[in-house]
Every structure is written in C-alpha cells, then in structure tokens.
Design a protein around this ligand. Structure first.
Ligand code: PMP
Length: 439
C-alpha cells in the first residue's frame, strides 16, 4: 500500500477517536533500537518509544530472538495450563518488586492492570471507595476512565463515577493551592485526607497514583509527598496502589520502580507498556495475603501468554544485565542538563521536570503568567519531526513535551536530540530567546 492509501484507509476503517500527533500523519514502516523509519524512508531518533513503551530499543534482537523461538515452540494454550514462560517471569518479578510483593496476575494492558488492582483492593478491604489524583491517567475502560483526572479522557462517563474521588495533584509548577515548595510543607498531600474526610464514608479501598503522572505531563511530586500520603491511606485502612505503567522497569533511574524513589513500599503495583518492550502486556503485582482475596473465577485468555511472558522476561533480564537502570540515571541526568540549558536560552520553556530517562518540558507563552502554549507545542513537535526527532505530548493543557527514549541510549543520542530541539525552538519563536543570549 502507498502512504496515501494507508492514511485513507486509516480514516475510513478505524474509529475516528484514534488520533494522530501531526498535521500530516507519520506512517511508520520499520524500526531498530532508538531509530524509526517512515514509509518515505525518513529516519527518526525516537525519543517517545511508542508512548513510553520501548524500554530496550525497537526490535532489540536480544528480545525478539527469544520471542521468535517461543512462537515456534508454543504461542498460546491459555492460562488454564501452567507454562514455564509465565512462571519464570513471575518468579523474576517477585525477586525485584519491593517489600513482600511476590505474586502476579497478568493481563494485556495498563487499563486491565489497574482494573484488576481496584477489584482486588475492593475485595481485600471490603470497602468500595477509591481515591485517585487529578491529572492522573489510568486507562480507557469505564472504571479506568473514572479513575482518570482529565475531563477530555472521561467522555464515556456522562453519568459520573460512583465511589471514586480525586484529590489535588502535586503539581509544583502550577500548585493547585497557589503555594511554593518547600514553604508549602507539601500541603497538597494533606488534601488526600481532606478528600477522604469530606467526600467518602471514611472507609476506603485504595489510593491509586502514578509516581510521576505520565499523560498528565510528567508531573513529579516533591520527595516527601508519597510518604505523607501513604500514612494517610493507612489511617483509613486503604491499600496503596502504585501505577507503574510508565515509571516501572528502571525508567526513572537506579531503581526498578518509580515509587521506590519516594521510599514507599506499595501494597499493589500495576504495570504494562515498557515491561515487554512493545509486546502487549499488563500486570498486577501484590503480596500473597492480598492476592488471596481475589475471589471467584478470574481468567484473562491472553494474560500470561508464553510469547508475551518470554518478551517481558527477556526485557527485564536485559535491563539487569546491561545495568540500564544506571544508564537511565547517568544519561538521564546528562539529558536533564541539556534541557535546563535549553530553558536558559528559550523563554518558551517554563519548566523542566522528570526523572531518569523520563523528562519533560512545559511550554508557556509567558513565564510570569505561565499561560500554557499548546499551539507552540504542536509547532515544536512538527519542527522536531522535520529534524528527525520524535517526542511526545501531554499535560492537562496539552503543552508538555514528554520524552522517554529507550534506556540504552548514549549521550551522543541526547546531543542529537538537544540539537534538534534547540533548532526547533529557534524556528518557532526566534524572538523568544531568553536572557539576551545570542547563539
Ligand atoms: N496507566 C498509565 C499511567 C498510563 O500511562 C496508561 C496508558 N497511557 C495506562 C494506565 C493505560 O494503559 P493501556 O493504554 O495499556 O491500557
């Protein structure tokens, strides 16, 4: 098919809700490690990795060789029959998850992983109500949309969501309480308690949050935040669910899971995306006594599929063997320095945030008013594309550029990305070069 045919059929045969990032759709052809090619043969440095999913490089042969071998051996027989691949993966996960988390339930997406976590928390505690955060994203089922704190992603819920309440999010750049860290004393964390006291019965099943809000624009809480929230949740008998769909598997640097950066041990971890380097997977992990509450017959036809399990285990092993968590920290901090430099040159950048190889810039029309710059964000993406760089978008105001390259990129890849971003910023607003710096 030609590119034009693909675009035409995409419009004709897929639901219109599927959106594309660019004014002219980028039709993908093939990819290898940190690079992706479109059908015109143009090569891109991929700094978004299929929405924070390509952990160890596109089509990494150390993962795909194992996947191919498993496809030839046994692709699917369903979880009614135990298989070696799924137990090897679950055992590996038990070894690296924090605290006493040692049992897994596998499904096919982050949505299902979160849905499972909430079902489990409700069954285990006997309580129904759940606290989530504004600007959080939990997935696209009705329950997951209910947990989500963005109006635009909740369109299937005109009747509202029963039993889910949303606390203020720890968005320091745009503090919902108008305060400044650290003099705020992390007042946003205390809002979790106020929300429980005022909008629930006082008996909750769970609190769910992403350690770094992904779709929300890599909103990164202050270091005290989750410890304070954890204590509050325990006072109301709830379970703490860390949604690690974007932050898991070394993405934030040095540690396997994002929540470990806040020194909190969650009761349940959910995962998807980067766990299998692009092969569809969802996972919900917890302690045996909580898992024991998962009552009734529960099955996911594809969950724990041997091919998927082999892909996930190969991805985790590769991250471990090549010490990619350390690489994410080292190259991530180099990347962060580059982004801070860009901020010192370009007024359009209002904030730089993130951790490890999960970094974002928030674009504003004016640094004092912090008025969001969504049009400029779109333009920036187009300019980066022209220069062969793929980046993601997010944020409640659609003005955050999100970057999550594979964990095994080198500093030279960062140099290339920063150069393309610098030129792109110049192209969209040369007049906005800050601090009088010429370059
Ligand atoms: N949780 C988080 C934090 C996510 O970022 C996403 C997807 N963007 C989901 C859950 C839902 O995952 P999926 O699209 O695989 O259902």
């Amino acid at each position: 098919m030609t590119k034009e045919e693909i675009i035409k059929k995409h419009k004709q045969y897929l639901f219109p809700s599927i959106f594309t990032y660019y004014s002219e759709p980028l039709v993908t052809d093939h990819a290898s490690m940190q690079y992706l090619w479109d059908t015109d043969g143009k090569k891109y440095l991929d700094f978004f990795g299929g929405i924070v999913t390509i952990s160890v490089g596109h089509a990494n042969p150390r993962v795909t060789s194992k996947v191919k071998a498993q496809i030839d051996k046994l692709q699917h027989a369903s979880t009614v029959f135990p298989n070696e691949a799924v137990v090897a993966l679950a055992e590996k996960i038990a070894q690296i998850t924090p605290g006493e988390i040692s049992q897994s339930f596998f499904s096919n997406s982050g949505t299902e992983a979160n849905e499972t976590a909430i079902q489990l928390a409700r069954m285990h505690t006997g309580n129904f109500e759940v606290v989530a955060l504004r600007h959080g994203y939990s997935g696209r089922s009705q329950l997951a949309q209910g947990l989500t704190g963005h109006g635009g992603w909740r369109k299937s819920l005109p009747g509202g969501t029963h039993g889910i309440v949303h606390a203020l999010n720890p968005y320091c750049y745009r503090c919902p309480l108008g305060k400044t860290y650290p003099s705020c004393e992390v007042a946003c964390a205390k809002d979790v308690e106020a929300v429980i006291q005022t909008t629930t019965s006082g008996q909750i099943a769970a609190f769910i949050a992403e350690p770094i809000q992904g779709v929300g624009g890599f909103v990164t809480p202050p270091k005290e935040y989750f410890k304070i929230v954890f204590k509050i949740i325990k006072n109301y008998d709830g379970l703490f669910i860390a949604d690690e769909v974007q932050t898991g598997w070394g993405r934030t640097g040095k540690r396997w899971f994002g929540i470990e950066q806040w020194e909190v041990t969650p009761d349940i971890i959910t995962s998807a995306k980067g766990l299998a380097n692009g092969v569809p997977i969802g996972g919900t992990f917890t302690r045996p006594e909580i898992a024991a509450s998962f009552e009734g017959l529960q099955i996911s036809t594809f969950g724990g599929n041997p091919v998927t399990s082999v892909a996930a285990k190969a991805t985790i092993d590769l991250i471990e063997e090549d010490r990619l968590m350390d690489n994410a920290a080292t190259v991530g901090s180099y990347f962060r320095d580059g982004l801070e430099d860009l901020k010192s040159k370009h007024e359009l950048i209002g904030d730089v945030r993130g951790m490890g190889l999960m970094q974002a810039i928030e674009l504003v029309k004016d640094r004092d008013s912090k008025e969001p710059a969504p049009q400029e964000t779109n333009q920036f993406m187009e300019e980066c594309r022209k220069r062969g760089l793929l980046v993601g978008k997010g944020g409640f105001y659609s003005n955050v550029i999100r970057m999550s390259p594979p964990l095994n990129i080198a500093k030279s890849d960062v140099d290339e990305a920063i150069r393309a971003m610098d030129e792109s910023l110049m192209a969209i607003s040369p007049a906005a070069v800050g601090a009088g710096k010429a370059y």
